[in-house]
Design a binder for this molecule. Structure first.
Ligand code: SF4
Length: 145
């Protein structure tokens, strides 16, 4: 096995997660923190870990309805994530705008601006749904390697 194949095998087991808040009410972000920090849910048992830089990320979790205020910054961050990235829309806000869908200040649905691979509906989604969505994202990411 070559060094490159070895690295690919190791990397395939260990995707990095990155979170973008595109103007959420923070409800979804609290649930993401719950799945990350509380041992009962513990998203890291799926073999992934949060990172602090978009340049290190493999899977991006986006919350919020993409407000006009943060749209350009959020899309710039998204572009900094290297391919093959997997995009997860967390909560109904990025999927449809949710309770903000008729607001002048939001741009949702977010899939008008970037490709979404996994939708996790809910307002906010339950931790079980977030774990299931992250597991789906990891499976998609491994197929793309
Ligand atoms: S889906 Fe609900 S909880 Fe999540 S950011 Fe939107 S309003 Fe808040």
């Amino acid at each position: 096995m070559t060094i490159l194949t070895n690295l690919k095998t190791i990397a395939a087991r260990s995707p990095w997660l990155y979170r973008i808040n595109s103007g959420s009410c923070n409800g979804c972000d609290v649930e993401l923190a719950t799945t990350a920090l509380i041992p009962r849910w513990d998203v890291e048992r799926l073999g992934c870990q949060y990172c602090g830089s978009p340049r290190h990320a493999d899977i991006v979790l986006i919350t919020g309805p993409l407000t006009r205020h943060v749209r350009d910054a959020a899309l710039r961050l998204y572009e900094e994530i290297p391919d093959p990235k997997v995009t997860v829309a967390v909560g109904v806000c990025p999927i449809s705008g949710g309770i903000f869908r008729e607001s002048y200040a939001t741009c949702a649905p977010i899939d008008q601006f970037l490709p979404v691979d996994v939708n996790i509906p809910g307002c906010p989604p339950r931790p079980q749904a977030i774990l299931e969505g992250v597991a789906k994202a990891i499976a998609i990411w491994r197929e793309r390697l």
